[in-house]
Design a protein around this ligand. Structure first.
Ligand code: TRP
Length: 448
């Protein structure tokens, strides 16, 4: 079925392309800022190391063992409980929620590539009004770039992941890393650099509230693309005899480093300009453009490069969010890739429009429910609820349902007995228990 499988490097790049996205460069800095920095970053790092890494390995193991779409993977590996595991398809729903707000943000980024090339706002106040105007008033521009972004995503998927994306990732991932390194060097020369390091790594309890833990844990899943079958689907195209433990570790480390570097860069620039770190979703779209302007001509080039890199990082992730559903339709419903892509894309596209409209001043009242508008609800429901649930399911499946002999045979060549035991503990106990407790606490069922 998979004639052209990923090579080891191809898989690592594709998985890293999926993992490294808006989560690292847009979302992580702003939620770290909103939740007080230090402690939040620590909880996030701890979750990545203790839980995220284990589940990542588990998902790669599942995919590379079954070589099937996500739902078939669960069914094939646990034939006696097939009738329950078909519900693992709820993960596709998670993808709908994620992509609908994700592609709205890609639309903003497209618009900012143009802004970077034509007229950058000259200071933070002006930048603020440019962004707020786009978000709240300029529905047409938003819709235009959103549609453009979505067309690019759908078109690329319709062309197949391996030929298009693998090649694209080959160029764009190194480009992204180079741009970030240049910006890191730049930010190290700023007076705000030290303050940024302190903010990110020194525990500050003030802004850290009870909900922050769930946001940090949810983000660990989000940034690693876990809990919604993306990694399972990618690993389905992975050759046997690849060291899946090492490959997983490389992706997880890359993803984490890029998030930290992006955070350091952005906070250095922000502190240097005397700005506040807790600015919400506008962080990258408000402060950065103004600073780019102040750097002068090179700033313009940096700004264009930055937003283009961000766009491509986001597109390689967006594709990986659609892919599991498309793969399912191709394999189970025998659709052509084109048809599968466009049927899924239409649904995602329409839902995204509601997310987009919920930010505008004309529709925000209509599309706000409780304390969040639809855009924020999609973000919250997917990242903080559905992804952790998907993660728990994977953990329970691999930890309890799967045949232990199969697990040992697949993993012991790549990890020592002790590491295997630790990994299994993480999968069987730590991940399900910790995540369940955190979620129950957040919805108020229990108090810890
Ligand atoms: N990891 C990506 C990011 O950080 C987003 C992403 C891609 C994702 N595929 C996913 C998140 C699957 C959850 C599940 O931007």
């Amino acid at each position: 079925m998979h004639k052209n499988r990923f090579s080891r490097v191809g898989f690592i790049l594709a998985a890293a392309g999926s993992a490294v996205g808006l989560g690292n460069i847009w979302k992580f800095p702003y939620i770290a800022g909103d939740n007080g920095g230090g402690i939040f970053v620590l909880v996030y790092l701890a979750t990545v190391v203790l839980i995220g890494m284990s589940i990542f390995i588990a998902e790669v193991f599942l995919g590379s063992n079954a070589h099937k779409d996500a739902v078939s993977t669960f069914e094939v590996l646990a034939p006696s409980e097939k009738k329950y595991w078909k519900y693992s398809g709820f993960m596709f729903l998670t993808g709908v929620f994620i992509l609908s707000f994700y592609s709205v943000v890609i639309g903003w980024i497209f618009n900012y590539v143009v802004i970077a090339a034509t007229d950058l706002p000259t200071n933070v106040t002006e930048a603020q009004s440019v962004f707020m105007n786009l978000l709240k008033e300029d529905t047409f521009t938003q819709l235009f770039y959103y549609t453009l972004a979505f067309s690019v995503i759908a078109y690329t998927i319709s062309k197949g992941v391996k030929n298009g994306i693998e090649r694209l990732n080959n160029i764009l991932m190194p480009a992204l890393i180079i741009i970030l390194l240049i910006m890191l060097v730049y930010s190290m020369r700023l007076d705000g650099f030290f303050q940024a390091i302190q903010f990110m790594f020194y525990p500050n309890v003030e802004k850290f509230h009870s909900g922050s833990v769930l946001i940090a844990v949810g983000h660990a899943f989000f940034t690693l693309s876990l809990g919604m079958a993306t990694i399972i689907s990618y690993a389905a195209s992975l050759d046997k005899n690849v060291n899946i433990v090492k490959a997983s570790m490389i992706v997880v480390i890359m993803d984490t480093l890029i998030a930290l570097v992006a955070g350091v860069i952005i906070f250095s620039i922000i502190f240097n300009a005397g700005e506040e770190p807790g600015q919400g979703a506008g962080l990258v779209f408000i402060t950065l453009p103004a600073i780019f302007y102040q750097i002068g001509a090179i700033g313009n080039i940096l700004a264009i490069a930055f937003f283009i890199a961000l766009a491509f990082a986001a597109i390689t992730s967006a594709i990986s969010i659609l892919e599991p559903t498309v793969m399912y339709l191709i394999e189970r419903r025998k659709m052509s890739r084109k048809k599968a892509t466009y049927s899924v894309a239409v649904v995602f596209y329409v839902l995204g429009i509601f997310a987009l409209l919920s930010n505008t001043s004309s529709f925000s009242t209509l599309l706000t429910f409780g304390n969040k508008n639809l855009f924020d609800w999609f973000d919250f429901i997917s990242a903080s609820i559905l992804l952790p649930i998907g993660g728990i399911l994977v953990a329970i499946f691999v930890g309890y349902v799967l045949d232990k002999a199969l697990l040992r045979k697949a993993l012991l060549p790549y990890m020592s007995e002790t590491v295997y035991k630790i990994w299994l503990f993480s999968i069987r106990v730590l991940a399900p228990v910790a995540i369940t407790l955190i979620m129950l606490k957040e919805i108020g069922v229990i108090k810890i």
